[in-house]
Design a protein around this ligand. Structure first.
Ligand code: FDM
Ligand code: MG
Length: 211
């Protein structure tokens, strides 16, 4: 039963295109872990509940216009304003299942044509995830799934560019899961990946994101 020992919690991030199934799988994974007696919380970025998050939310809803670099830095600031709480939760033994993180920050802004190194820089020093699960779904398939909700980036041509940038960000902490498989199959794979990760990182120190 992962999480019942005195070790720290794991930082598990789910990434993927819009409509790749991240939010549903985060919820399923969270309730599974809780059922196993593991202390875990579900987080998401952007966190629309803060002042910065409200600016981001208005931008995504096309209710406000912001310069590309300005909105990029707001997304990063929205993670920075949660860093201290994230650290204390993890050190206190709570696992965080996070729907989007810095990889969304870079992939979406780079898809607009911003320089990748410039996009990465403001997130250096945030807490590095122990595991990044990428739900891999073809942009065309994702678009078919009940369509998009009308937010700013929910356009297939844009999502294709985002997918290319996600691809180039993959590193050793990434596990790619085929998000087009049946929901239960994906869920099963995520359970195993997360459980192993939680066990393995209990005694490991937290590290910072360096890219
Ligand atoms: N998004 C999300 C970014 O452009 N940068 C970021 O740093 C983050 C965290 O915001 F289109 C984009 C990705 C998505 C949109 O995300 C809102 P949700 O998951 O649909 O709320
Ligand atoms: Mg969305």
């Amino acid at each position: 039963d992962a999480g019942s020992k005195s070790g720290r919690g794991a930082l598990v991030v789910l990434e993927g295109l819009d409509r790749s199934g991240k939010s549903s799988q985060c919820a399923r994974l969270l309730s599974y872990l809780e059922g196993q007696g593991c202390r875990a919380e579900g987080w998401r970025f952007p966190d629309r509940g803060t002042c910065v998050g409200q600016m981001i939310s208005a931008y995504l809803a096309n209710e406000s216009q912001l310069d590309d670099r300005t909105i990029h830095l707001l997304f990063s600031a929205n993670r920075w304003e949660k860093r201290a709480l994230m650290e204390s939760k993890l050190l206190g033994g709570t696992t965080l299942i996070v729907d989007r993180y810095s990889y969304s920050g870079v992939a979406f802004s780079a898809a607009k044509g911003l320089d990748i190194q410039w996009c990465k820089a403001p997130d250096v020093g945030l807490i590095a995830p122990d595991l990044v699960i990428y739900l891999d779904v073809q942009p065309e398939k994702a678009a078919e799934r009940g369509g998009y909700g009308g937010e700013r980036y929910e356009k297939i041509e844009f999502q294709k560019r985002v997918a290319d940038h996600y691809h180039s960000l993959r590193d050793s902490t990434w596990k790619v899961v085929d998000g087009s498989l049946p929901m239960e199959t994906v869920e099963e794979q995520l359970r195993e990946l997360a459980t192993n990760c939680i066990q393995e990182c209990q005694e490991k120190p937290l590290t910072n994101l360096t890219w």
